[in-house]
Design a protein around this ligand. Structure first.
Ligand code: AMP
Length: 501
């Protein structure tokens, strides 16, 4: 199992190892509004979420899939419903040169269902359990936790109507947040019943709201005509008193849907997964049937303003997209919001235990030897790093310091001739000469003896301001600088050179 994420004592990144913010330059073309770069410093979060998703999806018996980023627009508009926000406002849709109307995927589920049908997955043992992790595109108004390109981890279970599937999906979503290291989340759950239950409820809801339109917000005035269920999760202050008095769908679902829902919550109780019944939870899409749920941060988590994920059952979608009637369910979690919460709550992803070994070289002959040694160590599984594009030893060792390397292997002309290397323990400040052919064994023994400590991935961000002073203020400064002036100068007394670095 991967190590657990940890909570830092102070929420803000700081301290002497904090990366110094680089000075930005405005490029000729900037990233589009709502689209963001994922910087090297952020990869630790994404790697952690990918590893967490992978362990859980595999553990719960899912297979990984991916679908194209671009699909026919009709796939999404049929699935989500023509009145949904995704279809009416948010989809990146355009006509390509062949005249096809295509869209960047705004959600995964329709693509996964299309794939299930197109590849005859209905004829393999059911249910088919698939997991995915990737980018989606919605042209929403960019704001905190809302972007135009964002990432989801999600799963779909196609080919089972059993309520235990719904409960296991909720459990998986809950466990994902838990293992990502988030503060406790709240699972909100409801049932929308099947299509006939929904139709009856819709009529009741419209009758309830009909006399009130002038008191409602602008969006709800439109929803009353186009998508009345969505009025129940309106966040506008004007609409709250009416939501509180509105009919509740759980009173309108038939016995079979009630039985299904009761079984789901019983399974959740059995698995000790906490949940809150929310009779106003409707989700934004037409295709949901029976169980729906959302994952919310609890109020005491920093930055707890929006849902982290959601999902539910969609027993009619496979048929809607041209397949036989096939029950299915799934959920998706918004990873950008998870990363945001991790940062805001000072949750540090687990640290890499790999000790870093820096390979340094002085002179052309040594560079070739160093390249060969680097390849060899990398293939043998050592976590090696280098900066071969620098010729001066000083620059290379500064870099090794910034990478928090535990060992530096230094090869100069003398070492090439002798068939040796200089191995320096960067933490202890001691170095020794060892034979080139013994290096792997020696390193392995030292690492096994616990000589190297874990390196915090968070700390490997280059910190340009710290290291140079640290190195240049040491007694070895002048010798290092000499070697800078003449990179071919390799007649080094390594012991003296590295003293006190
Ligand atoms: P949905 O597919 O709309 O049910 O969304 C599932 C989850 O994806 C949400 O709870 C969010 O965490 C995330 N999400 C949806 N839209 C966005 C967006 N525009 N930007 C960032 N995350 C989003």
């Amino acid at each position: 199992m991967s190590p657990k994420p940890q909570q830092k004592s102070t929420p803000s990144a700081g301290g002497k190892n904090a990366p110094v913010a680089p000075k930005p330059t405005t490029p000729v073309v900037r990233a589009l509004r709502g689209f963001r770069d994922q910087l090297p410093t952020e990869q630790q979060y994404w790697n952690h979420l990918r590893a967490t998703a992978d362990a859980l999806a595999t553990g719960y018996g899912f297979s990984w899939v991916d679908t194209p980023v671009l699909e026919e627009t009709g796939l999404f508009s049929r699935a989500a419903g023509r009145q949904s926000d995704i279809v009416t406002k948010e989809m990146y849709t355009f006509t390509d040169v062949d005249g096809d109307t295509v869209a960047l995927r705004p959600e995964f589920t329709p693509g996964v269902v299309r794939m299930y049908l197109e590849h005859g997955m209905g004829s393999i043992p059911q249910p088919v359990k698939m997991a995915y992790f990737g980018p989606l595109f919605r042209r929403e108004r960019p704001q905190h936790g809302r972007h135009r390109q964002f990432y989801q981890f999600g799963v779909e279970v196609i080919g089972s109507a059993a309520p235990v599937v719904d409960a296991q999906l909720v459990a998986l979503a809950y466990r994902f947040c838990e293992q990502a290291g988030l503060p406790p989340v709240s699972i909100q759950i409801n049932s929308l019943g099947c299509a006939p239950c929904r139709a009856a409820f819709r009529t009741e809801l419209v009758n309830y709201y009909k006399p009130k339109p002038r008191y409602l917000c602008g969006d709800c005035k439109k929803r009353l005509v186009k998508n009345p269920l969505r009025m129940l999760d309106c966040k506008h202050a004007d609409c709250q008193p009416y939501i509180a008095g509105a009919p509740q769908i759980l009173d309108w679902i038939d016995d079979a849907c009630k039985k299904h829902f009761m079984a789901v919550v019983e399974y959740l109780d059995g698995m000790e997964i906490p949940y809150v019944l929310n009779p106003y939870l409707v989700r934004g899409l037409d295709y949901y049937t029976r169980t729906v749920f959302e994952i919310w941060p609890t109020a005491d988590a920093v930055g707890a303003t929006a849902a982290l994920g959601g999902g539910g059952r969609y027993d009619d979608l496979v048929a809607l997209l041209g397949g036989p009637v096939t029950a299915a369910a799934g959920f998706a979690i918004g990873l950008d919001r998870i990363v945001g919460m991790m940062k805001e709550n000072a949750i540090v992803p687990p640290q890499s235990a790999a000790p870093r070994i820096f390979v340094a070289q002085i002179g052309e002959a040594a560079k070739i030897k160093a390249l060969q040694l680097y390849e060899r160590l990398r293939q043998e599984g050592f976590a090696v790093c280098e900066n071969f594009s620098k010729d001066s030893l000083k620059s290379q060792l500064e870099f090794a310091n910034r990478m928090h390397a535990h060992y530096a292997i230094i090869i100069g002309q003398k070492e090439v001739l002798d068939g040796t290397v200089l191995l320096r323990d960067m933490d202890a400040g001691v170095q020794e000469i060892i034979g080139m052919d013994k290096i792997s064994g020696d390193l392995r023994r030292k690492l096994e003896n616990g000589a190297a400590k874990a390196v915090a991935i968070a700390d490997i961000t280059p910190t340009p301001s710290n290291s140079p002073e640290k190195i240049s203020s040491k007694p070895a400064k002048s010798r290092i600088e000499d070697s800078d002036k003449d990179p071919e100068h390799t007649d080094l007394d390594n012991e003296t050179l590295l003293e006190g670095l």
